[in-house]
Design a protein around this ligand. Structure first.
Ligand code: XMP
Length: 524
């Protein structure tokens, strides 16, 4: 096991991710972890970057036992300064903060020991820097192994012990040789085995869930039919069977036949203990008359969802008490992924709320449910791989995301049953054609928006005055920025003509080609 000690860098999770890509098992723990309390002995330790300065009062420092364990240590950015701090405290505030690309020059002295980190790597490498402080002087017994124009000690190594420090970030993709460097450290220097697989992750997670929940504990969780909640639900089902209760709240804003499909796949095919609650009428009643305030729509949908989920949770909890299973419902499953964790953290800060994303966490008042988040360390592509490992069908694993507020934020203006009928139908045609053309996996997310305006058209010699829909398809890796997908004109003609001919109430089809930013992916 490689132990990653986290000093709070926004990139720390990428270190564990790179290690997983190398099939190396790692555990990430807070930087202040006491080593005596670890249930395992690490084969190597990586100290992450972080937002502090080591010389400041109150700056976090590792348990000094880290330097007595006798295992290799790699310090990245703040981690490098932490190593220097423990070897003479020669760290100073940099004259200027340094962000972005830098050209790294490797300094080789011919020794296998000091050269081990850059073994088989080119002498000139492009790297990514993001730091304010730098070393003012080489710590005693250390040698320089790499430099950049701005950082004379961009890489250092202890002359005898296997301690290495680098100022740049090998874990980000902007450092093209970064994974190879991490491999040199973890595999060659630490001797970590490259035998970790997703199957092992499944076994470990199942064990962890069982230990956490106990032999009788019960868990509830909301599912949506999306990848994340499906994968999380299937994992729970594998771990504790019917003691996991999945709840799908049909808010009336789902896509065509969605509740039916979830019942069929998640409930029947995957064997998850699923309850579907049809709450469409309650949602539609509350949305009546809400015309032009998207945030109000989102709040109404989010709050009612929580209310209904809570009612069901209480009901299930009461039933569970008297049941043969005897355990109480103590846990709430959340399919939160690592990127959601970052986004929700930034939402709490001073940064502006662009949109209120709805989220069940912490909101089940009075029930004191504890959170269980088995996907918390994973990135989207890893969740997909996990889904495949769990035997979830491809159509589900590769599904485009669908927002919690559903079609409610794609009907611009008032949400009514009639508007939903039009949008649902147009959306199903667009997605069907995308699948037919083999484009579904090339597009990150495709959707239709229903605009609250009418245009004139002529159909069957008659004048019509009907609504306009907008097609939107984007390509993105992280959903924070996105560009419009470029369709062939013939594809767009097919979709346009099918929608106008088949969907009552639509006489024009537009395409939204705005990128994000300045647009957002959804319409509201
Ligand atoms: P935007 O519109 O902000 O969307 O560019 C980015 C991604 O997030 C999805 N989205 C949501 N997902 N609850 C969700 O679960 C929400 O309230 C929500 N709003 C947007 C959107 O579909 C896209 O994938």
């Amino acid at each position: 096991t490689i132990l990653v000690l986290d000093f709070g860098s926004q990139y720390t999770h990428l270190i564990t991710r790179r290690l997983r890509e190398l099939n190396i098992y790692s555990e990430m723990l807070p930087c202040t972890q006491k080593l005596a309390e670890l249930p395992f002995k690490p084969t190597g330790i990586i100290l992450s970057g972080g937002p502090y300065s080591v010389y400041e009062d109150g700056a976090p420092h590792v348990d000094p036992a880290v330097f007595e364990l006798g295992v290799p240590i790699l310090g990245i950015c703040y981690g490098l300064q932490e190593i220097a701090w423990h070897h003479g405290k020669n760290v100073l505030a940099g004259e200027k903060r340094e962000y972005g690309h830098a050209a790294l020059k490797i300094a080789r002295d011919g020794s296998d020991h000091t050269g081990a980190l850059f073994k088989d790597l080119p002498d000139d490498m492009e790297v990514w820097m993001s730091h304010g402080d730098k070393l003012s002087k080489l710590p005693d017994e250390f040698v320089t192994i790499a430099t950049t124009a701005n950082a004379p000690f961009a890489g250092i190594a202890h002359s005898a012990k296997k301690y290495y420090g680098i100022q740049f970030h090998p874990e980000v993709t902007h450092t093209p040789q970064g994974t190879a460097l991490i491999k040199n450290f973890a595999s060659s220097i630490c001797g970590a085995k490259q035998n970790w697989t997703m199957d092992k992750f499944v076994d470990q997670e199942i064990e962890r869930i069982r230990a956490l929940v106990g032999p009788k504990g019960q868990v509830i969780g909301a599912v949506s039919g999306g990848v994340d909640s499906t994968v999380a639900a299937k994992l729970m089902q594998e771990a504790i069977g019917d003691r996991f209760h999945a709840v799908l709240v049909d808010n009336g804003l789902l896509r065509l036949d969605e509740a039916k499909i979830v019942k069929e796949t998640l409930g029947k095919q995957l064997g998850v203990n699923l309850t579907v609650i049809d709450a469409s009428e309650r949602f539609l009643a509350k949305l009546k008359g809400v015309v032009d305030d998207p945030e109000r729509k989102r709040k109404i949908i989010g709050n009612l969802f929580i209310e209904i989920f809570q009612e069901k949770a209480r009901e299930l909890a009461d039933a569970a008490k008297g049941s043969a299973k005897e355990g109480e419902i103590e846990w709430l499953l959340q399919g939160t992924l690592y990127p959601d964790v970052i986004e929700s953290i930034s939402f709490k800060g001073p940064s502006a709320t662009i949109k209120t994303h709805h989220n069940v966490g912490g909101l089940l008042e009075g029930m004191h449910l504890k959170l269980i988040e088995p996907l918390r360390e994973l990135f989207k592509d890893e969740v997909r791989e996990l889904g495949t490992t769990l035997g979830i069908p491809d159509e589900l694993v590769w599904r485009h995301p669908f927002p919690g507020p559903g079609l409610g934020i794609r009907v611009l203006g008032e949400v009514t049953p009639e508007q939903l009928r039009i949008l649902r139908h147009a959306d199903s045609i667009f997605i069907e054609e995308i699948r037919k053309a083999g484009l579904y996996r090339k597009i990150s997310q495709a959707l239709v928006g229903l605009l609250p305006v009418r245009a004139v058209g002529v159909m069957g010699d008659k004048r019509v005055h009907d609504q306009v829909v907008a097609l939107r398809a984007v390509v993105t890796t992280d959903f924070m920025t996105a560009t419009a997908f470029e369709f062939e004109p013939s594809f767009l003609r097919t979709v346009s003509s099918r929608i106008v001919n088949e969907v009552d109430g639509v006489c024009r089809v537009f395409q939204d080609i705005t990128s994000k930013p300045p647009g957002t992916i959804e319409f509201e």
